[in-house]
Design a protein around this ligand. Sequence first.
Ligand SMILES: [Zn+2]
Length: 207
Amino acid sequence: MTGYYDLNLMPHVVTVRCPNCARAARFEFAEIVKIERKQDIAFFRHSDQFDYRVFNGSQGQNWHAAIYYPGLNGITLGAIEGLPKGYAPEDWAHDSVWSPSMVGQDIGSIVCHHCDLRKKTELSWPEDAYFQIAYKGKVLWAFNEDSAISLLDFIESEDRQRNKHKYQLFLRHIPSHFLHKHARGPVVKKLAKALENCGAGLPVENA
Ligand SMILES: [Zn+2]
């Protein structure tokens, strides 16, 4: 269970370990839109709502991007004005089509309410996951509090029915290592501790 086993499963917001205080922080993916016309570059370059960046495509060609950080911006997307013709604020909405092949897909923002950290960052997943527990040399992780609760309920249950859970796709990817009879007790205990620590605003190291 390492890396992005399926990017389509990544929620737009995940819980990460704060690099400053190790407590639970919120990471939210940025939305990246390709700037098609050269004459539009200036707008995004000078905008205080967007970051402008040049990415290197898989074929070696450069492409220009307008990046929006919903987790950092004070104003809502709908309030963005003056976009060049052909763009709409909704282009940067989270429900737009996610392209996993895009370079820079790990860009986003981190906000920690414990130490007031608030910045742009790149996600390393699952290394940055707040909810990660070790069991016999392997690491089990969850995206956020909700999916950690699902994971705990699922592993603890006798029937192990994935379709009862909101995160059933995620649950389908749990390595059998964590599903053995002997793993149930220790894994449930560690997950419960991680959830308890998160709720209490404690560093994950105590998990
Ligand atoms: Zn922090």
